[in-house]
Design a protein around this ligand. Sequence first.
Ligand code: DX5
Ligand code: ZN
Length: 209
Amino acid sequence: MIISPSILSADFSCLEREIKAVERAGADWIHIDVMDGNFVPNITIGSCVVESIRKVANIPFDVHLMINEPEKHYKSFARAGADIITVHVEATNSLYRVIEGIKEHCKAGVAVNPATSLRAVENIVDEIDLLLIMTVEPGFGGQKFIEKMIKKVEEAKKMIGSDIYLAVDGGVNENNAPMLRKAGANVLVSGSYIFKSKDYEKAIKKLRE
Ligand code: DX5
Ligand code: ZN
């Protein structure tokens, strides 16, 4: 099980310290939530921040683009040091082209919002390295996990098999992690559960258990 802490819930005044702390605590990847105030209501991190924190981090960067027209921006995140770039199926009219473009630089993922059917990605799964099932409406950390998404994770697992990562993002905590694992998820993104806990190592261990 890969644990990818979302730094959206970290203390932005000391990102280096936060990143090093989750690395020490056993994180596998760092999840970076990029929001444009358009695809989602919130605005967060740009590629210049990714470039800076790349210098102080040792583990892979899992960059989640919650932006419209990701074709305009994925290259700057690739150059900034992303190891995986995930775009939303709802955010582009040229998903194939974007995925092919990303794969020239790093691994490529596709994310689906809670209300989006898995049918929207069935024609692209052979091209991607990671499928991300959103378990909250994207835009903010700290939201409540949508239970109904467990079934979607099971269906996604059947659809993709075991060659590509199956990630879940939103409201992941120690209570739903066992169900998500059982449903077939092998990457757990978790923001507030990890960063709002007092002991990051314990939190990551509990998610992994
Ligand atoms: C939500 C983001 C998530 C978020 C997860 O739009 O994509 O990655 O940071 O945070 P929690 O785990 O607090 O729901
Ligand atoms: Zn995310």
